[in-house]
Design a protein around this ligand. Structure first.
Ligand code: SF4
Length: 768
């Protein structure tokens, strides 16, 4: 419990208590009948049968709405039966639930009392239905008319001495229209303080890909996966986090391709996929997905890839055709230096660091040697380390040496987690300066954006903690639970004068607040906006395609406002008509926003029309093998250092993971079906030999502690479970373990938190 500057006492981490755990063997496959049953159970419970079935039939369809969950792309011809997965159905059920909470509920339940509920229990309360204020000194939210809420925000912003005292955070749920308008307002107000959830996930991918290939996005299209010869899935668990990706991997396998998975855990979805839309999946044995699983030690992908490259290079010296020398010569720089550098490492050392057996490494080399159509897919397992940028660059080296870039069925595939996280960045949610973007704002929209860079997530936490930022506004998300160092982040938020959350459902960030707090309830992606003109929105998927999304459901409440509408209202109130833009019109006519996006954001063109149906692709220089923006006009092959992990003898390397009943910080349920864990989240997965060595029994209760810069952080009460994970490695769910991640330890250059490689000790409670 923490007392803040308004004398409220709240539980920052949520209760650290146990439920009734049930454990089974991990599943050897993903989806299947159980997937359908789980999807329907959640949907029917939250929405009722008819509402669920009608709404689901519009999800990811050409004239329907985009799934609010992950950013996996839709195929050219979506299935009319069901173009969604179990997790998409859960996300929809979560948003379209018929449970609602409003003023009456908040009058009965104080923020103190609510903060003692788990994140799962908070989410299960249902949709927020009216704007609410938590006044200074009060412990209960109470209703506030929209106009008063806008005035409160506008007055707060006017009271700041400097625009940089305000922070405008964005989660990846917001549409292009909302994100663009929000970024525009922040800039018109005078700051580039635009941190976003990308800072915490794929920022390392953006930096690595920009440095090597000249664009911070992936290069493949969905259809490329179908005919790739080899797909490497690294640091990613698609079965839980991007389930429809399994259909693409299945197609690749059916067409004769191979899949190599590189991950400390052998996840069910990568073992076998029982496609619920095929007889083989429903009644038969499903499709074996992974041909080769390399159980790499946490964050030791660099030594593993170096070893593979070294072995490929040795073969190339003999045969001369393992690497694509024509491609290397014409399109890349740095190959010679890299190959020379590889000579300085011993195979033995690289093998030991990787933790993979020699036989498996040789099998991977054999699979890759004669192939050119290679795709590397990845997610947080590569990005959230101190050397996250370097790790991705090392995988890019492999692709460049093999000439597997800018050609069909080859390339980079960073798989984005939130449905429009990529689009938000494309339309201007960035804390750094893009001179071209600013220039276009100036010439087309008639005002000059600030030229000083703003803060990212790490910078925002620090600024609030130091009292340099006083207003925090969040367009969606659950900042407290998404960010690292939960206790420190909570202190930072609580030092603000005003915190504002634009939300659909209640979460802990509404309870751990500044002196005054506002909740502004908004529409979900599946809901129909009836007011105003042209009320559809657009989103960008993981592969750079823009499509439109139009909700079909009646809104959860008549008191909701759309994100563009409420942003425009705040701007109109703040500027009081003294600004180059007519904000009120923008809030009501989304076509006007799209016209502006076309003028200001790179690659957008005639979006109003072209986003129809399956939409259109934004330009991508890598697809054209155009590296002219990079020094020397060529793609860069880079030399990357080995990760430095000096563990003390009693330390482990911990990676945070999601459960199968979870999407980012939203907890849909308490089960992790694929890993065989039911009704419990306070789990630490451990190698059985490590358990013996540390005298630990199955389900024994331990505390986890991390020490960085002489400060020890402890996460209490976890049950130890034996699991197939390399020795010395641990896995546990976030956000429960975010308390262990120091906010000021992050990836070099991208500043992505080190959530996938935290040095921890496992302590029996009496020794903690
Ligand atoms: S794969 Fe992702 S986008 Fe597609 S339905 Fe599932 S959760 Fe939604």
């Amino acid at each position: 419990m923490i007392e803040n500057n308004s004398k409220r006492i709240v539980c920052v981490r949520g209760p650290e208590k146990f439920s009734e755990i049930k454990i089974t063997e991990p599943k050897g496959y993903a989806a299947g009948k159980e997937g359908i049953a789980a999807a329907m159970k959640h949907s029917f419970k939250e929405m009722g049968v008819i509402r669920a079935m009608t709404t689901l039939s519009h999800m990811n369809q050409k004239d329907g709405f985009d799934c609010p969950s992950c950013a996996w792309p839709d195929p050219e011809k979506p299935s009319r039966i069901a173009e969604y997965c179990e997790n998409g159905a859960k996300a929809l059920a979560d948003e379209a639930t018929t449970s609602h909470i409003g003023a009456e509920f908040f009058a009965k339940h104080s923020v103190e009392e609510l903060s003692l509920r788990t994140d799962y229990e908070l989410n299960a309360l249902g949709r927020l239905t009216e704007p609410l204020v938590l006044k200074e000194g009060s412990i209960n939210y109470s209703p506030i008319p929209w106009e008063e809420a806008f005035t409160l925000i506008a007055d707060g912003l006017h009271s700041l001495k400097n625009p940089n005292e305000a922070i405008f955070y964005t989660s990846g749920r917001s549409s292009n229209e909302a994100a663009f308008l929000y970024g525009l307002f922040a800039r018109a107000f005078g700051t580039n303080n635009l941190p976003d959830c990308s800072n915490m996930c794929h920022e390392s991918s953006g930096v690595a890909l920009s440095e090597t290939l000249g664009i911070g996005k992936g290069s493949v299209k969905l259809e490329d996966l179908y005919r790739a010869e080899v797909i490497i899935v690294a640091g990613q668990n698609p079965g839980t986090n991007h389930p429809r990706m399994l259909s693409a991997l299945e197609k690749c396998k059916e067409n004769g391709g191979s899949v190599i998975s590189i991950n400390p855990l052998e996840e069910s979805g990568l073992i076998n996929f029982k496609n619920p839309q095929s007889l083989k999946g429903l009644l038969g044995s499903g499709e074996q997905i992974t041909d080769l699983h390399l159980a790499v030690n946490i964050n030791q992908d660099i030594p593993l890839i170096k070893l593979i490259l070294k072995k490929l290079s040795a073969l190339d010296k003999l045969a001369g055709n393992i690497f694509d020398h024509g491609f290397i010569q014409e399109y890349t720089t740095g190959a010679e230096d890299l190959l020379k550098d590889l000579d300085s490492y011993s195979e033995k050392e690289l093998l030991k660091l990787s933790g993979v057996t020699r036989e498996k490494v040789n099998a991977a080399v054999k699979l890759l040697a004669g192939k050119q159509k290679i795709i590397v897919c990845w997610a947080m397992g590569l990005t959230q380390h101190k050397n996250g940028v370097e790790t991705i660059r090392e995988y890019v080296n492999l692709l460049l040496l093999k000439g597997a870039i800018g050609k069909p069925f080859s390339g980079t595939c960073p798989v984005r987690g939130h449905s429009n996280v990529q689009g938000d960045r494309s339309v201007g949610i960035m804390h750094y300066i893009d001179k071209g973007f600013n220039k276009r704002i100036e010439s087309h929209l008639g005002f000059v954006p600030p030229s000083e860079a703003g803060v990212d997530v790490v910078g925002a936490i620090r600024a609030m903690h130091e009292g340099k930022a006083k207003i925090f506004m969040a367009l969606g998300g659950n900042f407290l639970m998404a960010a690292s160092d939960t206790d420190f982040t909570a202190e930072a938020l609580q030092r603000c004068e005003l915190t504002v959350q634009v939300s659909t459902k209640l979460n802990r960030s509404h309870l751990v607040t500044g002196k005054t707090a506002l909740i502004l309830p908004t529409y979900g992606r599946s809901e129909k906006e009836t007011k105003g003109k042209n009320r559809f929105v657009t989103v960008e998927n993981s592969m750079g395609r823009i499509r439109r999304s139009r909700g079909v459901l009646k809104a959860a409440s008549e008191h909701l406002k759309s994100e563009p509408e409420l942003i425009a209202s705040i701007a109109a109130r703040y500027f009081d008509e003294e600004h180059a833009l007519d904000w009120k019109v923008l809030g009501s006519d989304y076509s006007r926003i799209r016209e502006m996006i076309d003028k200001v954001a790179k690659g957008f063109e005639n979006t109003e029309l072209r986003a129809k149906g399956v939409g259109y692709y934004l330009p991508n220089n890598v697809r054209e093998k155009d590296f002219s923006k990079l020094p020397g006009g060529k793609a860069r092959i880079t030399i990357n250092k080995l990760p430095e992990h000096e563990l003390e003898v009693d330390e482990f390397m911990l990676m945070t993971i999601r459960s199968h009943d979870q999407f980012n910080t939203t907890i849909y349920g308490m089960d992790d079906r694929y890993r065989g864990v039911y009704n419990e989240r306070r789990i630490v997965f451990m190698n059985p030999d490590d358990m013996v060595e540390h005298d630990l029994e199955k389900t024994e209760v331990v505390n986890l502690s991390s020490t960085y810069d002489a400060k020890t952080r402890t996460a209490y009460n976890f049950k130890v479970l034996p699991y197939k994970i390399p020795k010395g490695n641990l896995a546990a769910y976030f956000p429960e373990t975010n308390v262990l991640v120091p906010y000021n330890h992050f990836a070099d250059r991208s500043r992505t938190p080190i959530s996938k490689s935290i040095k921890v000790r496992v302590l029996k409670p009496q020794l903690s």
